[in-house]
Ligand binder design. Structure first.
Ligand code: 8DG
Ligand code: MG
Ligand code: MG
Length: 150
């Protein structure tokens, strides 16, 4: 087949917070199949992190969130030599906040890529988590504002 040059890519993913819960979906993908992951995707040419976060969230869940209330939390380097698809992502973690009293429901708009979206308590996350997320959680990172880890 065709040989594709392996290069690092930039991914932007979103911790959408609602109370003590975060929005996660079980992946359907050759990368991290059936693990729980944040909404997000690839940064497009010319995009800001905020624009990418808002766009991916909309494309994948139908949810509209305020670009001005998006914040950059951290960046991690994720290298995997796993066959058949080695990958290298620089992953930008953004925080979005669910507006109080918001009645939008997450929709599964890309059902070939995800089993569906749901809210999961931070203290009781589902397993297995997608490994870059798992790595971050294990490092003690907490996406909530005013948490001691920040
Ligand atoms: P796109 O075509 O919409 O741009 O991409 P996508 O189909 O939405 O890509 P994705 O796999 O959801 O996200 C791109 C990469 O981001 C993924 O292969 C690895 C990296 N990534 C992480 N952590 C997470 C995470 O928690 N969720 C998601 N969705 N991607 C993550 O490093
Ligand atoms: Mg996407
Ligand atoms: Mg995605």
């Amino acid at each position: 087949g065709t040989t594709i040059a392996a290069v690092p890519r930039v991914a932007v993913v979103v911790f959408l917070l609602r109370g003590k819960a975060v929005l996660l979906g079980r992946r359907r993908s050759s990368v991290g199949d059936s693990t729980f992951a944040l909404p997000g995707g690839h940064l497009e040419f010319g995009e800001s992190f905020e624009e990418c976060a808002v766009r991916e969230l909309k494309e994948e869940t139908g949810l509209d969130i305020d670009k001005k209330r998006m914040e950059l939390l951290t960046v991690t380097n994720n290298v995997s030599s796993e066959q058949p698809k080695p990958s290298h992502y620089v992953t930008v973690f953004m925080r979005g906040v669910w507006a109080d009293g918001d009645d939008q429901l997450p929709q599964n708009l890309e059902p070939t890529k995800c089993d569906g979206w749901d809210w999961y308590d931070w203290a009781n996350l589902p397993e297995p988590l997608f490994w870059p997320l798992e790595k971050m959680v294990k490092s003690g990172f907490n996406p909530f504002p005013n948490s001691p880890q920040e």
